[in-house]
Design a protein around this ligand. Structure first.
Ligand code: NAD
Length: 502
């Protein structure tokens, strides 16, 4: 029987050719080495960008439904290898296997979405003010798309971008997180297999660039890459956004969140509590959409805190563990730095906290090389500046409010604006919340995390303003052209009735 590691690494056809010394990849499960790889040099990246430009020049002329066919075949490949890829996701980023499977399913879903889209890249016809004129809006392929991704969704975020970019006629260059390069190489191998049997797919259509921020930065600064889609921390976005803007490139930023759930007086707690729990501790609090703040009506705050405290204690005692085990609900943090970040945040909130449940490292003797923590629940009397920053770990703050105006003020006070939710059975509160939440996502009786691919995903303020995945997000991967055609026989008229007679 091959081990999970062996079976999953087999997905990477040419792994040996990528071995090296400068990129050490360890599993957060127990710290064991998964591989040592070679980062791309500046010359490697230069060559890959040049290949991507050449690939784009071929691919953009392939009819969009044929481009969709390539993505359909990728979806089939992913279906066939779902389990091995899900296990590699778990091995490399530590999310529980159930969520690893969910992540690969999300890739399959976006493939299906993109296939349909390949026949629906609709432009407009526009009524002209002049006789015998036809106005159109055309959507044309954009160019090589640079995709920079974070460790916590190591494959789905690539698929959100790449599947849309490919049907839109673009080539792709993917710089995955330096913490999760193996899952990227596995996806690239699966796509390579599909491309090998697909005559119209040019060499270099989709490539992976291995490395850290320096390699990412080379992509960011290269004006041959018209779109940089970057997912990661607000710190990263602050560096990337201005650089892309300075060369008049386009950036699609998907950055940090600081998401809240408001629990109103009328909330059904049987619905609210499970949603808060999954949002707070799922993926060990390492989702951009994780629930960080729970803003509870003052009449319910004791009850909600007590229920959550009991669940947090139970999870901390018996549900934290090896993410490959089916009974585990909370896997490890990605690394020591993430653990130290959690410790630091808990230390900083202590002076303001009424009560803190959980927190601290666990399972150290079983997994000395893994950073497992008990999820932490912190009760506050009011929101504190300390929690304006995103801590990428399972810490949930419970804050009371008096009326919905105050709840919205607490809710919108943080600099990020990704996901938000309200738990209520009062339609007035629900609609008021939807109108005044400043986030890109506003849910009712659904938690902050676990979006479907059909909607546009992304957030406002320091979350970066980008939208990817469903709805009309595909427009970011194409360029818009307005075209006016005159088909009459008389001297053509000018717009706005201007006469220019010689
Ligand atoms: P990170 O910012 O450390 O790294 C993300 C990626 O950016 C990596 O590939 C990294 O190498 C690259 N990078 C970092 N600095 C760069 C620079 N100056 N130039 C070019 N590339 C650079 O983030 P992380 O720790 O991997 O992921 C966690 C963060 O990502 C959290 O803040 C989370 O909220 C956010 N995130 C957001 C979304 C979203 O859709 N909004 C999704 C997933 C994760």
């Amino acid at each position: 029987m091959p081990t999970t590691q062996e079976a999953s690494l087999k997905l990477i056809a040419n792994l040996d050719s990528m071995r090296g010394t400068d990129l050490l990849v360890c599993s957060p499960i127990d710290g064991t080495e998964l591989a040592r790889l070679r980062m791309d040099s500046a010359q490697d990246i230069e060559r890959k960008i040049a290949d991507s430009v050449s690939a784009f020049e071929v691919w953009r002329d392939v009819p969009a439904p044929r481009r969709g066919e390539l993505v359909r075949l990728l979806g089939e490949k992913l279906r066939a290898h779902k389990e091995e890829l899900a296990r590699l996701v778990t091995l490399e980023c530590g999310k529980i296997i159930e969520e690893g499977r969910g992540e690969v399913q999300e890739m399959i879903d976006i493939c299906d979405f993109a296939v349909g889209l390949s026949r629906q890249l609709y432009g407009l016809t526009i009524q002209s003010e002049r006789a015998d004129h036809v106005m159109q809006e055309n959507w044309l392929p954009l160019g090589p798309v640079g995709i920079i991704s974070a460790f916590n969704f190591p494959v789905a975020v690539w698929a959100w971008n790449a599947c849309l970019a490919l049907v839109c006629g673009d080539s792709c260059l993917w710089k995955p997180s330096e913490k999760t390069p193996l899952t990227a190489l596995a996806c690239q191998s699966l796509l390579d297999e599909v491309c090998r049997d697909f005559d119209e797919a040019p060499k270099g259509l989709s490539q992976v660039i291995l490395g850290g921020f320096e390699q990412g930065n080379q992509l960011v600064e290269d004006s041959r890459v018209p779109l940089i889609s970057a997912t990661g921390s607000t710190r990263m976005g602050r560096a990337v956004g201005p650089k892309v803007a300075a060369r008049f490139g386009r950036s699609l930023l998907e950055l940090g969140g600081n998401n809240a759930i408001i629990v109103t007086e009328s909330a059904d707690l049987d619905i609210a509590i499970p949603s808060i729990l999954f949002g707070s501790v799922g993926t060990a609090g390492q989702r951009c959409t994780s629930t960080r703040r729970v803003i509870v009506h003052e009449t319910l705050v004791d009850e909600v805190f007590a229920k959550l405290a009991s669940a947090f204690r139970q999870i901390g005692e018996s549900k934290v563990g090896d993410p490959l085990e089916p009974t585990t609900l909370v896997g490890p943090l990605i690394d020591e730095q993430a653990f130290l970040g959690m410790e630091h945040a808990l230390e900083a909130i202590k002076p303001d906290a009424v009560e803190i449940i959980g927190g601290g490292r666990t399972l150290q003797s079983q997994f000395p090389g893994g950073y497992y923590v008990r999820p932490a629940l912190v009760r506050l009397n009011q929101q504190s500046k300390v929690i304006h920053e995103e801590t990428f770990a399972p810490i949930t703050y419970v804050i009371p409010y008096r009326d919905l105006v105050e709840a919205m003020q607490i809710h919108n006070e943080v600099p990020q604006g990704l996901s938000s939710a309200i738990m209520t059975t009062d339609i007035r509160d629900a609609e008021t919340f939807k109108r005044y939440s400043d986030c890109g996502i506003a849910n009712v009786n659904i938690g902050t995390s676990g979006a479907e691919i059909g909607g546009a995903f992304g957030g406002e303020k320091e979350t970066g303003g980008g939208r990817e995945s469903g709805s009309d997000s595909w427009k970011a991967y194409m360029r818009r052209q307005t075209s006016t055609t005159y088909f009459g026989r008389k001297k053509p008229a000018l717009a706005q009735g201007i006469h220019f007679d010689v």
